[in-house]
Ligand binder design. Sequence first.
Ligand code: HEC
Ligand code: HEC
Length: 487
Amino acid sequence: MKIVPIIGVCAVVGVAGYGFSIAANAQLAAADATASALANPYGRAPAASLWPGYGNPPASLAVDPGVRGGAAGAGGPVPGANPLLTSIFNDGLDKFNEVEDVPEGLGPRFNANSCASCHSQPAIGGSSPPNNPQLQIGVAEGARNVIPWFTTRNGPIREVRFKRHPDGSPDGNVHAIFTITGRRDAAGCNLAQFNFGTPGNPLTGLGGNPNLAFRIPTPLFGAGLIESIPDSVILANMAAQSAQKSQIGIRGRPNSVLSGNINLGPNDGTITRFGWKAQNKSLLLFSGEAYNVEMGITNEIFTDERDQTPGCQLNATPENRTNYDGTTATEVFPDIVAFSNFMRLLAAPQPAPDTPSIVRGRANFSTIGCAACHTPTLTTAALISDISAAKPNQKVNLFSDLLVHNMGTGLADGITQGAAGPDEFRTAPLWGLGKRVFFLHDGRTRNLVEAISAHRSPGSEANQVVDNYFRASTAQQQDLLNFLRAL
Ligand code: HEC
Ligand code: HEC
């Protein structure tokens, strides 16, 4: 990532040569042209002295220690789950892992053939693995898919939305990258892949066709805890210290419910919280959506095939449903209920033990201002049913306020979902960060310093906080990075 000084213009953050830069400026273009992003697409962050507005830039920058080694520390059921809950968890895990074929509902279009294809780092239920399995999935069973430019061996799994239809009207929907055409179990289907247009940088996903907007998988560890945080807690946290927050550019939003700044569900008007834009209400809803959108499997929430090309409709719909012939609970559950139970019972990720540097880094996280959005702890409801990893009044160390914030032109993806506009994203929960490979909604970087830098661009609520980070001493920055990799 390059940061280029432009006198009188706000700092510009961009990956060299790949045109997502936010100021059309000859100086910037020249600087971009000289750097080779492909040679070093995940290059080290630039010297802070290149960033305008730093009174006393540090001589050197701290370094992301990289993916934490050791045990995954995630992927199991909530500690102390009784035998019934453990068997429900294991049933959900099996189904989450299951590879689906066309007779089971896969397609006509799909991004992958199992929930676990995308949610597997550092354990099943996590985020994108370091080696993208889609290269095999796209050609399994004789399928004739071309692997698109943004899907590459060492890059993240990306799903893609189109910002606009060919006629220029707003689109925003996921366009699955593969079709079942050519598969041995899909005789008679002849469906072309979407055209993903001009290639950009395959690793960062930046540049290329400007109509594409990417998302990488979010991790699911502790999802049941997130589901159990009541709206009242989210609103009280939003109101807390609003004067201090607005002083550093983070909106207090006392009227946000009325003015629609929080994502409110269209069905019942409560706060939605899952997904990069906090666009979805519940794990069940997300399961139904993912089953159909990622895998093409219709179900009792999303009942219609997304692509209804004749010749490619090979199953009765919904393709997966409640099994009324079952004799045990898990036999009866439709897959989407099994997935939801698995995610609700998944334990929160286990952080690394404290060291003096991690302890200092935790303090720096607050003083620098990261905690103004990445709220370290929220509390679950007083009464919670037992199909959840959450206990009543439990402290959840998710590092998110579950609100959406304006993240500036540099991160804006042009997609509106519910109340979240084109430049707004949910404060990404940071628990489990130490084991993550790819960062930010589009997976543009695997480097924490770059992820922090990308928070800064015109209009971003995080600009002052990012400046605070780069003004901190190298040792303070290093402690902060060590703390993040301990999560
Ligand atoms: C092709 C990859 C892919 C597959 C397969 C996939 N997901 Fe995801 N998942 C994603 C992406 C990308 C996101 C972020 C989506 C967004 O915000 O628009 C996501 C987000 C989620 C979330 C939201 C969690 C949060 O806190 O934000 C849930 C829940 C989820 N997936 C469940 C599932 C389930 C259940 C399945 C199987 C039916 C599944 N996913 C299959 C890619 C995938
Ligand atoms: C204005 C609110 C805000 C502030 C302040 C803020 N963040 Fe974020 N952070 C976000 C949002 C929103 C995202 C998701 C952005 C995206 O993916 O486009 C995010 C994403 C991240 C990610 C990537 C997480 C992932 O899942 O990929 C990291 C790491 C991160 N922030 C660390 C920090 C640190 C460290 C600080 C302090 C220096 C900080 N943030 C300050 C709102 C904020």
